[in-house]
Design a protein. Sequence first.
Length: 342
Amino acid sequence: MRTYFYIIYIIALFVGISCNDKTVNPIPDPEPEPCEVPKYNQYTMYSGAIRIHNISNDGKFLFYSKLENDEDYKKVTILNTLTNEKKEIMLDSLIFANFEFPFVRVLVSPYDENVVLLELFHKLSNNSELYSKYYKYLIKDNQILDVTPSIYFDNGIPINSTRDKVWLTNSSAENDYFFILNKGVFRFQTWEHIETSNNSVFQYAISNSAKYKVIQIKTDTFFTLNEFNITNSNQFKRQFQFSPDERFLMFIEDIQFDTLNPFTFVQKLHIYDVEKTISTGKASLLKTIDLPTDLCAFQFTNYVISPRNTIYISMSRFDFKPMKNIYEIDFNGKILRQLTNE
């Protein structure tokens, strides 16, 4: 009897390992050794990309778009990170004649895993300013509802009031609050401006609770985490993000790749410990991931941080490929799995 249970245990263990193997790296790309620096190709350097929009607060759904042709702009793909199943949000019926790239932004609800907010940009005419319309998408029901605030329902909100934003964690159903960088806090349903920003600083990122901010005093040369300097400011540092648990801050630094082609860049991803920086008053750099050296990646689009503190990143490895792929990596720059195969 003991032997029987032992055999069952071994079979179960083997099945468990097999299942894990399928989810860890379901579509691995080839890994030639060693990593060779490819020749720059001006025709593929910026053509084709996968842009990651966001990830759900439970880490189950990843939202992204392909940006290779006109049809790609009309849909958002939802990737189940647990099963690798995909479905698409079709935006054809929502698209205005004069839409602008990037014409969609995906915001995830802090209190309802079934809800995301789609922000679409458009022009009323060829010479007018940009406007934003808002649509609530219900993931389980595959349903889209126009929820643009009533005072702007017909045309949308002027774009100068809809910059990069965070859906704050103190929100609730029918009482949503957004912090818009360099603008302040707005109540979504009425688009009431309830808190203004400090005009003496530029804001680059804010945590979900609004407890932490990345700013630059207009007369200073440093990016600061709240009041503590973290790195010198220059045009090559961007995409500042806080992790969902607010423990880490990340940003991308562009490094010139080819001195003969001044607009070619590769990237480094810097990771800082937020709590240690605040408690010690000194910038606490946890890790720098050099994309070419650590990942053999020479093209990069963007990234998001998952709730379990891994990084989903859109990049092309080993060559300047027309289309990039999405990978999940850890904070040490180790690839955990590849999620797309373009």
